[in-house]
Design a protein around this ligand. Structure first.
Ligand SMILES: *[C@@H]1O[C@H](CO)[C@@H](O)[C@H](O)[C@H]1NC(C)=O
Ligand SMILES: *[C@@H]1O[C@H](CO)[C@@H](O)[C@H](O)[C@H]1NC(C)=O
Ligand SMILES: *[C@@H]1O[C@H](CO)[C@@H](O)[C@H](O)[C@H]1NC(C)=O
Length: 616
């Protein structure tokens, strides 16, 4: 694959080559093989669980052809992992994390992707069950440009939603040029948090496009930030319901005061902007705590109210896998294996500069385009019930007030109980193309806590014919109300249905090498297990249960406390001033931005002390 620096080197070296490459440029579509990733260091593969991976940069600039050879234009990074089992048909999901400015490697490495941190080492990750790539090709997209491994010059950071839409459409256009086999495959957009704004807008642009024909069949949003008016005004109700506050206690009074201030602002506001300055104090009031542990001020983890954290992080460094994700994605050989080397500087979970560049306060909430999307395709809104920042009460209130397909709210349809593997998983209700699933005992990152539940959820939403699946985790029993999955044939009758191997000989060779390496790794593992025996096994088991605490004492364990020490976060600085300082800085930056010459910066100047409060 031609990366940007290599194009530049060409230009500098010989005018002859320059003219050749200029001539070749318009039709120069990189081959799919150039995106192929045979293996990734520290990701321990398993021959039983083959991963067919692709990744790299694609232009997202609709005006790329007009750009000069020295311009650094928006390029979005994607990481794709093909389905490893065949369901009733092929499907592809494009996944987006939130922010704005948070990388979709969160989704790939902690939520719906094929592997997880091993819970012990610095950066060893193992493939495991529960990822959505089992039956569905997953494409994790870092957007807008500047996020994760995506890049552009800082003067081209996205400010408005329509530019984000155009960039995404251009990215998709290029994606289909490289992977034309997906042009007619059932397509879904999914993601979480601030992607609750991106996804409906992206769907709307795709459904509206006259030139790009994507067979979009649905969108799924987890703990999304979709309607700021409805969601701000529901914080207090959620806090009361879950016992974070009690009526008339100190915290309730503070949050009530902030809520009133917010409502006074929004009452007369015709618009429903994605972010409202006057409302930001509510969440802050709710996460604060008087508790001090070992001289550290504690607060609520805004992504999982069962957990405590130290101020001012309050969940920003959670989950505990986070530093290990950063560590592995910081390894040079990993970056190069991912074909991400064209991105200068280190990977960061969330980029403050990208967040600040986006004009949330003047962009209309995505709930405004949701009805148009619902008139054309099904929408799934799901919510882990332990999340505070984008909590289920706010989403339920949004749905109650939303008018779509000829009526307002869900109407008289019955909400069904939903069980997975014989345990209560949540509730499920569908009305006029809108499905709402509430997920029990799950955080903001619901697939992190309950991967098999969220996998069952997406398979159901996509209308997978369970009878047609002969093996894999789709056979885990589940039911909506009395409507249970079909009873499956016994295990030994199930036929293996691994998908066809990759096409080109190099790819085949690379894959077999990957298999071989995975095989040796597996052998070493077996030996290690023989030596250490059940001790390790028990620890792995325990690790899993820690993520889903079962009693009150465990629930209050601050999972991230040990990770946070020495990571450079200024714990002294108060939340209020931090947020305020950022706003001030933001304004200053914007005033100065226009006069700055276009330079290729990648935001390494990101301020460590700023933690935005709607990330992931
Ligand atoms: C729902 O989505 C389908 C496509 O799945 C579409 O044909 C239909 O018009 C939409 N509206 C309603 C009310 O079902
Ligand atoms: C589901 O798959 C089974 C087995 O392949 C098939 O007999 C059945 O017709 C399919 N159902 C639908 C609704 O397509
Ligand atoms: C999960 O949530 C349900 C419903 O809120 C509750 O009854 C159950 O006790 C929870 N289970 C655990 C393990 O916390």
């Amino acid at each position: 694959m031609l990366t940007l620096p290599s194009i530049r080197a060409f230009v500098a070296l010989t005018p002859l080559l320059f003219s050749l490459s200029a001539w070749a440029a318009p039709t120069d579509i990189p081959s799919a093989a150039s995106f192929y990733i045979p293996s990734i260091p520290y990701i321990h593969q398993n021959a039983e669980h083959p991963l067919r991976m692709y990744g790299g940069h694609l232009s997202a600039d609709p005006n790329q052809a007009l750009a000069s050879s020295t311009d650094v234009t928006p390029h979005l990074y994607f990481f794709m992992v093909k389905n490893r089992r065949v369901a009733d048909k092929e499907r592809i999901v494009f996944w987006f994390n939130g922010g704005p400015g948070c990388s979709s490697f969160d989704g790939a490495m902690m939520e719906v992707g094929p592997w997880r941190w091993d819970g012990k080492s610095d950066h060893d990750f193992y493939v495991k069950e529960g990822g959505w790539e089992e039956y569905t090709t997953m494409v994790f997209v870092d957007q807008p440009a500047g996020t994760g491994f995506s890049y552009t010059s800082t003067d081209k950071y996205v400010h408005t939603i329509d530019v984000a839409q155009q960039n995404l459409l251009e990215f998709l256009r290029n994606f289909y040029l490289v992977f034309p086999e997906y042009k007619n495959v059932d397509t879904y957009l999914a993601g979480e948090s601030f992607a609750g704004q991106w996804i409906p807008y992206f769907a709307d642009a795709i459904l509206d496009s006259k030139t790009l024909h994507v067979p979009l069949k649905g969108i799924a949003i987890g703990n999304g930030w979709i309607d700021s008016k409805a969601q701000y005004s529901s914080y207090l109700e959620y806090a009361l319901k879950t016992g974070l506050v009690e009526e008339n206690d100190k915290k309730w009074k503070e949050a009530k005061h902030e809520t009133d201030k917010c409502l006074a602002k929004t009452e007369h506001l015709k618009e429903n902007p994605m972010s409202i300055k006057e409302c930001s104090g509510i969440l802050r009031a709710l996460m604060e705590s008087d508790k001090v542990v070992k001289e550290k001020k504690m607060c609520v983890n805004i992504y999982d109210i069962r957990l405590e954290d130290t101020a001012p992080a309050c969940g920003m460094n959670w989950p505990p896998d986070m530093p290990h994700v950063t560590s592995i994605l910081g390894q040079q050989e990993v970056v190069s294996a991912l074909h991400a080397s064209a991105h200068p500087g280190a990977w960061k979970e969330c980029r403050t500069d990208v967040h600040r560049a986006f004009h949330e306060e003047t962009s209309e909430s995505a709930s405004s385009v949701l009805p148009r999307v619902l008139s054309k395709i099904p929408v799934l809104i799901f919510a882990g019930d332990q999340d505070l920042i984008c909590n289920y009460v706010g989403l339920e209130n949004m749905i109650k007030a939303l008018s779509w397909n000829g009526a307002t709210g869900l109407g008289t349809v019955q909400t069904q109980s939903w069980t997975v593997n014989s345990a209560p998983a949540g509730t499920w209700v569908t009305s006029r193309n809108l499905t709402y699933a509430k997920i029990f005992n799950a955080s903001h990152m619901a697939p992190f806590d309950v991967p098999h539940v969220t996998h069952d959820m997406i398979l159901r939403f996509m209308g997978v014919n369970f009878t047609a699946i002969t093996d894999g985790s789709a056979r885990i029993p589940s039911a909506l109300g009395n409507d249970a999955k079909p009873i499956f044939v016994s295990e030994h009758e199930a036929k293996p249905s691994a998908v066809a191997p990759a096409k080109s000989p190099q790819q085949d060779k690379a894959m077999w090498e990957a298999y071989y390496n995975a095989g040796s790794a597996a052998l070493v593992l077996v030996l290690v297990f023989l030596v250490i025996g059940t001790f390790v096994w028990c620890r792995l088991r325990r690790k899993r249960t820690v993520q889903l605490p079962e009693n009150a004492t465990e629930e209050s364990i601050p999972l991230t406390s040990s990770m946070r020490q020495g990571n450079g976060i200024d714990e002294e600085e108060g939340l209020v001033s931090r947020k305020g300082k950022d706003r001030a800085r933001d304004n200053g930056r914007e005033a100065g931005a226009a006069s700055e010459p276009p330079i290729f910066e990648v935001g390494d100047s990101d301020d460590e002390d700023f933690k935005d409060t709607r990330t992931k």
